[in-house]
Design a protein around this ligand. Structure first.
Ligand code: KIV
Length: 274
């Protein structure tokens, strides 16, 4: 009799339990093959709306739709077994009212099989976060530099550079935590403020361009792999896949043009003899 080995996914309480314990390892992920590669090594994969730029060549995240998020969310859930999968709520799918947010978030959870959703905004979104979490939808918050608001903010600017800005950002963090979010992304927040917020709230803070003192970190996978020719300045690159892909394609093109491409019979005989 063979035993069925089932891998259990990381849960929301398990992510919460990282607070003051072990850093939470997070990366964005948009497709099944990379989900399989990341699965063993990260605690949480975010199907971020940054997929609009990375996968679809959009200029910003504002053109991303619920359908796009669901399509990529399904692929990442299929490609993984262990990590907790969180899917971003795109611009226009949650801001109008807690009820609209619930309807769309429930659709994301039901159609993708993901565990949680992420949405941008602090105090102004607290009521919605409370509405979702009290009805069974785990929410990851996102404060500081919130890309869906860059038209209003006038671009991508680090938040909290002056101490006068700190109280409002701290109030955002507290509001998100009090409303029941299980973690919160701190994006583009001045280092001492991100560290201060991390000490002040009871849920894990996940930094991106913030502070090493956060309870976890997240990066856009393609940025850290070297696929983005213009990554944000704070991104540490762990591979140079852009140049690697170009070199591989150059070698392939040379092989094809010089007819050095193995025919199918050669492949079989190479396998037999090799
Ligand atoms: O969309 C995204 O990838 C994100 C992360 C950068 C946090 O929100």
């Amino acid at each position: 009799m063979s035993a069925i080995v089932q891998t259990k996914r990381v849960t929301v309480p398990e992510i919460r339990a990282h607070k003051n314990a072990k850093p939470v390892v997070c990366l964005t992920c948009y497709h099944a093959h990379t989900a399989r590669l990341l699965d063993e090594h990260v605690d949480l994969m975010l199907v971020g709306d940054s997929l609009g730029m990375v996968m679809h060549g959009l200029e910003n995240t504002l053109g991303v739709t619920l359908e796009m998020m669901i399509l990529h969310g399904k692929a990442v859930v299929r490609g993984s077994k262990r990590a907790l999968i969180t899917v971003d709520m795109p611009f226009g799918s949650y801001e109008e009212s807690p009820q609209v947010a619930f309807r769309n978030a429930a659709r994301v959870i039901q159609e993708t099989g993901c565990t949680a959703v992420k949405l941008e905004g602090g105090e102004r979104m607290a009521e919605t976060i409370r509405y979702l979490t009290s009805r069974g939808i785990p929410v990851m918050g996102h404060i500081g530099l919130t890309p869906q608001m860059t038209q209003v903010m006038g671009g991508f600017k680090t938040q909290g550079r002056t101490q006068a800005e700190w109280p409002a950002i701290e109030a955002d963090a507290k509001a998100v935590a009090d409303a029941g979010a299980f973690s919160v992304v701190l994006e583009g927040i001045a280092e001492p403020l991100a560290a201060k917020i991390t000490l002040e709230i009871a849920i894990p803070t996940i930094g991106i361009g913030a502070s090493a003192e956060c309870d976890g970190q997240i990066l856009v996978l393609e940025d850290m792999l070297g696929l983005n020719p213009n990554p944000p300045r704070f991104v540490r690159q762990y591979a140079s896949m852009g140049p690697d892909i170009e070199n591989a394609v150059k070698s392939y093109a040379t092989d094809v043009r010089s007819r050095r491409f193995p025919g199918i019979e050669n492949v079989y005989s190479m396998k037999k003899t090799g």
